[in-house]
Ligand binder design. Structure first.
Ligand SMILES: Cc1cc2nc3c(=O)[nH]c(=O)nc-3n(C[C@H](O)[C@H](O)[C@H](O)COP(=O)(O)O)c2cc1C
Length: 211
């Protein structure tokens, strides 16, 4: 019975199964840590891109809040990072999603400095047509840099439109829909921050378990 080859084969198989599961568990733990670290580094890099030099505080990802403001920030929940220095407001970084791009939703990253001016805007994700609407990407054109330093009063609110609609922002040849929706979304984000003001910095971060 003791030397039953079937039993021995069973033990060997069992040992391999346990070892295999252990190996997968360890690899998963190591990989998910690395993925989380990579995601954090990527978020910080993108955040730095929409902020003036020196505006990242010591822990920019510390206490994000999530807000739902469908009229001004699109249908999805928007995450807002609050940056402070010595306890004083420095900048808000928001990731609103425009539901009405030409080809689908467009995800933006927008920073609004404490004085109400835009630190910068970048497109995080979009499905706009290559050669037409995709000039919103910095890799394709510098159009998106035109928002830096602007605010609700500069240009005046009525001029927050593409030139074809009587505003100050360029449209693209043969593609007005995409830039129009971005200009409107950036203006609405400024309106949202203007309406909420300092309350956004004061709002407590969500605690675990809060729905
Ligand atoms: C296949 C196809 C893809 C298009 N993709 C876009 C796009 O991504 N963004 C955009 O604004 N317009 C796009 N357009 C153009 C729009 O239909 C529309 O004509 C344009 O945005 C209006 O601007 P215009 O008045 O300068 O032509 C596309 C048109 C076609 C036929």
């Amino acid at each position: 019975m003791r030397n039953n080859p079937i039993l021995i084969a069973g033990y060997i198989l069992g040992a391999f199964a346990v070892g295999g599961v252990g190996l997968v568990a360890v690899t998963h733990a190591l990989t998910s840590e690395r993925i989380a670290a990579n995601e954090r580094a990527a978020t910080l890099r993108t955040m730095a891109a929409v902020l003036p030099a020196g505006h990242l505080d010591e822990d920019p990802l510390r206490d994000p809040i999530e807000v739902g403001a469908p009229d001004l920030l699109g249908g999805a929940t928007t995450r807002i990072y609050r940056l402070r220095r010595d306890g004083e407001p420095l900048a808000l970084v928001l990731d609103p999603v425009i539901p009405n791009g030409y080809m689908g939703p467009i995800k933006l990253l927008i920073s609004v400095l404490a004085d109400g001016t835009l630190g910068g805007v970048r497109v995080l994700a979009h499905k706009e047509t290559p050669g037409l609407g995709d000039k919103i990407e910095l890799a394709k054109s510098d159009w998106i840099l035109g928002f830096t330093g602007k605010s609700l009063g500069n240009p005046p609110e009525g001029a927050w439109k593409v030139k074809r609609d009587g505003g100050v922002f360029d449209q693209f040849t043969g593609a007005t829909v995409t830039p129009r929706s971005i200009v409107q979304a950036v203006r609405n984000t400024l309106r949202f921050v203007g309406e909420q003001g300092a309350a956004l910095y004061d709002r407590p971060a969500r605690t675990p378990g809060e729905s």
